[in-house]
Design a protein around this ligand. Structure first.
Ligand SMILES: Cc1cc2nc3c(=O)[nH]c(=O)nc-3n(C[C@H](O)[C@H](O)[C@H](O)COP(=O)(O)O)c2cc1C
Length: 234
């Protein structure tokens, strides 16, 4: 059986909140696909310094800041499928998540250059999901950013099923900006459509991860080595 590892990333600074509920639902669905193993990674409580643009990674292959990024990247690189989850913060992803993505993006490419290797193709199958307080609160902006980020990391993006509402990913909302809705960590459970979209997305990520991994193995001798890059510690 083709085994795959699916990593669910929760970009909310709030632990076990609504974003985590969505990502967990997606992972639950992914786990239902035979051969699929899942892991949840919450960014809450983790330290991600912002990128200062020093390009030290170009020489050493690592970031000058030693914080939670190195462990995060190890988990990312060790996975076949990624479910990116973020709450909408001011029409965008939370700052801490952007800090992690900026540094991961640069380091992932610069490490291969520092190690004298071909620019890698990571082949991660990615799906994105989000939640905002309001129905039209910037979910499209967040999903577009995460999709573009996945493409930049040469990911294979899947959206789920359009008929369910998954156009480019899964979007949910808390139902409004009343204090109890903003403070609640589980109000998303009432958005059954959003939860269903997350479930569908998780399933599709796991299925496509299996397809890509099996496909790569089947045509190994016919592809350049950058498709088979492995993340090496420095
Ligand atoms: C700093 C901040 C900015 C926010 N900006 C938006 C926004 O632009 N649009 C929106 O719909 N919701 C916004 N929200 C609401 C959150 O997206 C919403 O409460 C979400 O459920 C939080 O996810 P969590 O429970 O995983 O922390 C904002 C919340 C915070 C704390």
């Amino acid at each position: 059986m083709q085994k795959v590892k699916i990593l669910g990333i929760v970009g909310s600074p709030r632990k076990n909140g609504n974003t985590a509920k969505l990502v967990k639902r997606a992972l639950q669905a992914a786990a239902g696909i035979p051969g699929s193993e899942t892991e949840l990674y919450e960014m809450a409580g983790k330290e991600f310094h912002h990128c200062t643009g020093c390009f030290r990674c170009l020489e050493t292959g690592d970031c000058r800041f030693k914080d939670d990024l190195q462990d995060f990247m190890r988990r990312y690189m060790g996975s076949d499928g990624i479910i990116w989850g973020a709450p909408v913060y001011h029409m965008a992803v939370p700052g801490s998540m952007k800090c992690a993505i900026d540094r991961m993006g640069n380091m992932s490419l610069c490490r291969s250059i520092a190690q004298g290797q071909e620019l890698p193709r990571f082949n991660k199958v990615c799906g994105v999901l989000t939640i905002g307080a309001t129905r039209y609160g910037g979910q499209d902006m967040v999903m577009s950013f995460l999709v573009n980020s996945a493409l930049l990391m040469n990911g294979v993006v899947v959206s789920g099923d359009t008929w369910l509402g998954n156009y480019i990913g899964a979007a949910a909302y808390t139902g409004g900006c009343a204090p109890e809705q903003l403070r609640s960590k589980k109000v998303v459970l009432q958005d059954t459509e959003g939860m269903d979209c997350a479930e569908n997305l998780g399933k599709r990520v796991a299925e496509m991860a299996k397809i890509v991994k099996a496909g790569l193995a089947a045509v190994k001798d016919e592809l350049p080595s950058e498709y088979f890059y492995t993340w090496k510690e420095v």
